[in-house]
Write a protein that binds this ligand. Structure first.
Ligand code: ADP
Ligand code: MG
Length: 699
């Protein structure tokens, strides 16, 4: 029986209306969708607590107690019913905000009750709000053990689709299919890895028969989910490595060696050395390289890029470096030209602002093979840009580019060029394995020596005068400062207003003290923006008031203060990127996170993370835990989603590692999954991943 083909609307108790809401709210249509709507937690009804054991940190629990003094208190909106529950060890308050009449008829002072709910505290008194109460002797055996709690939405609750109702639907599914759920893993595999059957796992995840079975069910489902993702990704990786040839970079020659021996601006860090070696080996293998280079802001990715470009030149290939903004492309062009100026290498810059005449000339030289390195923006992707023989493409700040754009680069050579994608957005390892499992990953996990860690502070916005004063002290030492305002697209007008207001406030304070400001924001014309940036870069202005346009890549080593206004409105990785704009020189740098007084718990955690660590990977892990993988910056723009139903990349790293290892060992013996014993895998992969575009080949 195909449970994916059975529609839940025909189940008893569901019907058209509820089915429509389940579809709208959760995307659930079939029995299978519903069975994979997994409880997000379980209520432990396996034991009874005593009142003295309770504290507000506990989850939902149950106690056995008598109830006395049921009475109404308060009026209007605060009207409520309270009562005291007591056992031999103590007492606590029970509170209800509705259903008063029904309550009064339910409670009998002579009887003992099983009281169920979450302890909290109010006015330092322990209470349970809206407890579920059942006379103790009537407690059915069903209420003892684990009970599933399902995610629901407001709309669902209004349509009587609360957690309990979902449980009922799950129950009718099991009744109607009579335990027959087709197995999705081969029998030998279940035995080898000690996994329970799918039908057992799905039943126990909804109706745990024991804590042990619940654990086994969770493990089986998580393991399977991660295993198939890994199997699919790794299968494609094997294929790419066997099907596509790459430009063979067989040797390292004069350009590389000359630069390394004579012009290297500073000794490479060990991490830079290791990464260059990895890239060199990969490009020399005869296979096409598809590599992600992760390195925190300021870790020195540009130098690595330059040295890899030299390897391409040594093997008589052209190479290009693409950046997401003009400012960045210009900056790269300056850095690279400066580093290579004595090596007799031809370098050109191509952006949207390149004049027509110059552009024509550049394009001619590029096509004729008289230009070795080209640096630019999206302009490089245009069809008119044709290379003579491009062997290596480097893309900086990867998450700004979409898949389709990267694909274009592939076609700029007969043999696809090697691709190196550089990103400063650290991605937790589990996420990288899942999203980029087919890419090889190199990590620069070390900053150049002598960097002073940035000091990060949190300040409430009413303290802005003190903050300004602090900025002033730094400016007096000859430093520069950034002040950043958030920009949220749906309220652009308000944001712009905030920015201008902020700009006025800053000017009002600093102009009379002899300091001047630049301002840049996304709505400005590129020329104006560049002019304002130029003034700041050259030190004509001391303060740059900006929206997040400065997030990526801007390099002004003299800037030592970053103030982020309304920091609670930024995501963790964005805060980290912004902070990375300072701490680039020899001076002690500061990042000040300004927030309003009232901020959410999650915002507070983000701010705490920022003030406690400078480590991008740690921050990325925290981000993953706080937000879940679907929202991690960069995953959406790059066209990747990672919708896991059961597993959680923030928590299941160990299972993921094991799933990856197992998938690898299967592919090693049967890369195309054509052996009989692997037939189930092949058909599952086809079924699970049929709708996804095969973007991995082109990333
Ligand atoms: P990112 O990885 O953020 O792109 P950059 O390549 O811009 O970092 O490098 C940041 C700064 O560190 C630059 O000023 C660069 O000159 C410097 N730098 C890079 N590598 C080293 C090194 N090995 N030793 C000292 N400074 C370095
Ligand atoms: Mg960079």
């Amino acid at each position: 029986m195909e449970i994916s083909g059975l529609n839940i609307k025909y189940l008893s108790g569901v019907g058209d209306k509820k089915a429509a809401i389940l579809h709208e709210e959760l995307g659930i249509e079939s029995y299978e969708d519903m069975l994979y709507h997994i409880p997000y937690r379980y209520i432990d009804r396996s034991r009874i607590y005593t009142i003295s054991e309770l504290n507000p940190q506990l989850p939902y629990i149950q106690i056995k107690a008598y109830i006395r003094d049921l009475k109404p208190v308060g009026a209007g909106k605060a009207a409520r019913m309270v009562a005291t529950a007591y056992d031999d060890t103590g007492e606590l308050e029970l509170v209800w905000f509705n259903g008063f009449k029904y309550l009064a008829s339910q409670i009998d002072a002579q009887k003992e009750y099983l009281i169920f709910g979450q302890p909290s505290s109010f006015n330092r008194k322990l209470n349970i709000v809206h407890p579920e109460i059942n006379p103790f002797e009537k407690t059915s055996p069903l209420l003892v053990g684990f009970q599933a709690v399902y995610p629901t939405t407001e709309k669902m609750k209004k349509a009587f689709l609360n957690s309990k109702a979902i449980g009922k639907i799950q129950e009718s599914i099991f009744k109607s299919i009579n335990g027959k759920i087709p197995e999705t893993l081969p029998a030998w595999f279940l035995t080898k890895y000690k996994l329970i059957y799918l039908h057992e796992a799905l039943f126990n995840i909804h109706f745990p028969t024991s804590p042990e079975m619940l654990q086994k069910a969770i493990f089986r489902l998580k393991f399977e989910e991660l295993f198939y993702i890994q199997l699919n990704i790794l299968k494609m990786k094997y294929k790419r490595k066997t099907v596509f040839k790459g430009c063979p970079f067989t040797s390292v020659g004069a350009y590389f060696n000359n630069f390394y021996n004579r012009y290297l601006p500073f000794p490479l860090t060990d991490a830079q050395k290791r990464v260059i070696r990895e890239i060199r080996q990969d490009c020399g293998s005869g296979k096409q390289m598809n590599r992600l280079l992760q390195g925190d802001v300021g870790s020195g990715k540009t130098l690595v890029a330059v040295m890899c470009m030299l390897i391409a030149l040594d093997n008589h290939y052209q190479t290009c470096l693409m950046a997401p903004t003009e400012i960045l492309a210009n900056q790269h062009f300056d850095t690279v030209s400066q580093m290579l100026k004595d090596l007799g290498i031809t370098v050109a810059l191509l952006t949207g602002s390149t004049k027509k005449k110059e552009r024509t000339e550049i394009l001619q030289r590029l096509a004729a093979g008289n230009l070795q390195i080209i640096i630019g923006t999206h302009a490089l992707l245009e069809d008119v840009v044709a290379f003579n023989n491009v062997g290596l493409v480097i893309i900086d700040e990867q998450h700004r580019f979409g898949v389709a754009q990267r694909a274009k680069l592939w076609h700029k050579n007969n043999i696809p060029p090697h691709v190196l994608v550089m990103t400063a957005t650290p991605i937790p390892r589990t996420l990288a394995m899942t999203l980029y499992g087919d890419l090889d990953v190199s990590v620069i996990d070390e900053l150049p020596p002598g960097r002073k860690p940035i000091t990060t502070l949190h300040a409430y916005e009413n303290k802005y005068k003190e903050v300004f004063k602090f900025i002033e002290q730094e400016l007096q030492k000859g430093r520069q400062a950034y002040i950043v305002y958030p920009l949220i697209s749906e309220s652009e007008k308000i944001d712009f207003h905030n920015l201008e207001e902020g700009y006025d406030k800053v000017n009002e304070y600093f102009l009379p003290r002899g300091y001047s400001c630049s301002m840049v924001h996304g709505k400005m014309k590129a020329v104006d923006k560049d002019e304002e940036m130029r003034r700041f870069v050259n030190g004509e202005t001391q303060i740059l008031v900006a929206t997040t346009v400065i997030e990526v890549g801007v390099n002004v080593p003299n800037a030592s203060i970053m103030v982020i206004e309304s920091a609670e409105r930024f995501g963790l990785s964005q805060l980290h990127q912004l902070r990375g704009r300072v701490g680039r020189g020899a001076e002690q740098s500061y990042c000040i996170l300004m927030t309003s007084y009232k901020i959410s718990n999650d915002s507070r955690k983000r701010i705490e993370t920022m003030t406690s660590t400078n480590d991008g990977f740690e921050i990325a892990e925290a981000d993953l835990k706080l937000r879940g993988p679907g929202d991690i910056e960069g995953t959406q723009q790059s066209g990747l989603t990672c919708n896991l139903k059961v597993a959680n990349l923030g928590k299941d790293a160990l299972i993921l590692n094991e799933a990856c290892r197992v998938a690898g060992s299967i592919l090693e013996n049967d890369p195309d999954l054509i052996k009989e014993e692997n037939a189930v895998f092949a058909s599952q992969i086809k079924r699970l991943f049929k709708t996804k575009i095969n973007w991995r080949f082109i990333s």
